[in-house]
Design a protein around this ligand. Structure first.
Ligand SMILES: Nc1ncnc2c1ncn2[C@@H]1O[C@H](COP(=O)(O)OP(=O)(O)OP(=O)(O)O)[C@@H](O)[C@H]1O
Ligand SMILES: [Mg+2]
Length: 256
């Protein structure tokens, strides 16, 4: 992270661990892929932490594929109690879960949510209990348009609920994904320049990602993916562990 504005206030939620969600109303932008990279990255880089991946998508792409890595420090969860019959999130149950999960003694707890496309912030008040909302987007016009719309809905949720939450709102970090070139990344930054959010490092297009959710016998696909994206995963996990250094309310787009 370079020249980040120092936090005027911290989120104040670090005592009960740290909660991140990968979300965008748009489908196919990399929410599940990035949730996989974050959760496996945290688990492998922080041996003294408890990492929980919670899949809020009934398609269960990430939970089905990641449960084979589960152990006493890495939990994978896809629980019907976290949804309503309509498929919308069950805000009460999700909030209870976030707020009540203690870490094992002496270890740090991370909760990573993967979420489905189409989730409306207006119906997702649990978002206010997350420390950070990562919003993946590609550089296509359709994704940029949908992402802008999603960011506006998030701001509306924050404004409506801010007073109930003691002004503690989650950080919003846009994650450029499926990027082809630096020039394309710069185009995306220009297109989102007026958004009051952070923008992360670009994740470039690579055919390796197409095999990310496949269960291979020796997990060679996942190992190759983690290895070839080592620098990016290091940046991503560090952003989460050092979140307190960021001002929760950037006035316009700020590059991390
Ligand atoms: N950087 C990348 N390079 C190449 N392919 C990618 C990259 N990131 C994601 N993909 C591929 O794009 C597709 C969509 O990714 P993913 O499933 O993570 O998106 P999603 O936002 O979770 O989608 P959904 O809304 O359907 O849940 C997948 O086939 C994935 O393998
Ligand atoms: Mg997904």
């Amino acid at each position: 992270m370079t020249d980040s504005p120092l936090a005027a206030q911290t989120t104040g939620r670090s005592r009960r661990g740290r909660t991140a969600i990968f979300a965008n109303a748009k489908g196919g932008v990399g929410k599940s892929t990035l949730a996989l990279m974050m959760s496996l990255g945290l688990a492998t880089r922080n041996p003294n932490s408890d990492v929980e991946l919670i899949d809020l998508d009934s398609q269960a792409t990430s939970s089905d594929s990641l449960k084979r890595f589960a152990n006493h420090r890495f939990t994978v969860m896809n629980d019907d109690n976290l949804f309503l019959a309509s498929g919308s999130p069950n805000n009460g149950n999700i909030i209870n879960h976030i707020e009540s999960e203690p870490a094992h003694k002496g270890s740090r707890k991370f909760i990573v949510f993967d979420s489905p496309a189409g989730n409306e912030p207006g119906r997702s008040s649990f978002l206010l209990h997350c420390d950070v909302i990562f919003v993946p987007t590609s550089v296509s016009d359709a994704d940029i348009f949908a992402t802008r719309k999603y960011l506006i809905s998030l701001q509306q949720l924050f404004q409506r609920q801010r007073k109930d939450y003691d002004n503690k709102i989650p950080l919003v970090i846009i994650l450029p994904n499926l990027v082809d070139s630096r020039a394309e990344f710069n185009e995306l930054r220009q297109a989102l320049d007026d958004c009051p959010a952070y923008i992360g490092q670009p994740l470039y297009y690579s055919p390796l990602f197409r095999k990310a959710f496949r269960a291979e016998d020796d997990d060679g696909n996942v190992r190759a993916l983690l290895r070839s994206n080592d620098t990016y995963i290091q940046w991503l996990t560090k952003t989460l562990t050092q979140l307190d250094q960021l001002n929760p309310n950037p006035e316009k787009l700020f590059q991390l």
